[in-house]
Design a binder for this molecule. Structure first.
Ligand SMILES: [Mg+2]
Length: 305
């Protein structure tokens, strides 16, 4: 693999001018979207039975099962269609395991991302990563660039709908080695929705940097809009397998295909049009005082909540 070449962040076209921290999405940004569909989800479906049989007495597993049981009981009351109930702890191990498997397969079939589901999935993945049965898949530029950015003093954070535990596993046991050292913190949807600007305000507060000093990288325009609505900068990441961006997206946001392009695009002639948007650029100093107005302006653009 080619080592990334250091380039000064002061270059005019760099997206890093004035940036102190980067906030990264995972799926479609650092990692192919297919990794979840083709590796992580099938692993759960194929291994849940043996995992539960082997680890049934484990306290974390019992806690995850109890959470699924409570969730199902609550949803039964709410008349959620198709909900699979889980018998109480005095039922036989076989009956409980069978119901948990049916519940998990039902939720996954419905493409649900509930906290209760993710807790058990997370335990199964933990064992898979730790035993090297699964390695976190990263696009080839990701590892070298994240190491370089961290070395240069940028603070790196993750914001993903994957649980914080799964985020740590993916980067600790990645196909490019252990990258856990490069990150200063992890955020998941317990902070809030990725399409809600309040989440990004919270994250900025926790990071301790001004929103305008944080650059959020994602493949999803609605998430980028929410981040910009909170005063962060954002750039869209175009990766193989991602959904195609509209012309409007390309105009509204800086777009990159590789993380090295954060330093500026060497192939300006071809790609300059992709940097035509203003949202990913550094704010002028005199615009800062108008921060109070930004909320109103953003709301006109869409009510994505
Ligand atoms: Mg994504």
């Amino acid at each position: 693999m080619m080592a990334p070449q250091k380039r000064p962040a002061e270059e005019a076209e760099s997206l890093l001018v004035g940036v102190r921290s980067l906030l990264l999405d995972i799926e479609g940004t650092t990692t192919p979207i297919s990794f979840v569909e083709k590796t992580l989800f099938p692993y759960v479906t194929n291994n849940i039975e043996s995992y539960l049989n082997k680890n049934f007495e484990n306290a974390d597993v019992q806690k995850a099962i109890a959470a699924l049981r409570d969730q199902a009981a609550k949803e039964k009351d709410e008349k959620v269609e198709g909900v699979v109930e889980i018998p109480s702890g005095d039922a036989s191990k076989e009956d409980v395991i069978k119901a948990v498997i049916d519940n998990v397969k039902w939720q996954m079939g419905e493409n649900r991302k509930t906290t209760e589901l993710k807790a058990l999935q997370g335990l199964i993945w933990k064992e898979a990563f730790e035993s090297s049965e699964i390695k976190g898949e990263l696009f080839e530029d990701v590892g070298p660039m994240l190491k370089m950015l961290a070395e240069e003093g940028f603070k790196l954070y993750v914001f993903s709908s994957a649980s914080i535990q799964s985020q740590k596993l993916l980067f600790s046991y990645s196909n490019q080695g252990d990258l856990s050292d490069v990150f200063s913190g992890y955020f998941d949807t317990t902070t809030g929705s990725k399409r809600d600007k309040a989440s990004y305000k919270k994250i900025a507060t926790e990071i301790g940097h001004e929103p305008k000093d944080i650059l959020f990288l994602t493949d999803i325009p609605e998430e980028a809009e929410a981040a910009v609505g909170a005063g962060l900068r954002s750039a869209l990441v175009i990766r193989p397998g991602n959904e195609e961006l509209t012309d409007e997206n390309l105009q509204n946001f800086a777009c990159i295909e590789r993380f090295d392009e954060l330093y500026g695009d060497e192939d300006e002639e071809d790609d300059i049009k992709r940097f035509a948007g203003g949202n990913g650029e550094a704010d002028d100093d005199d615009e800062e005082e108008e921060e109070g107005d930004e909320d109103e302006e953003e709301e006109e653009e869409g009510d994505d909540a």
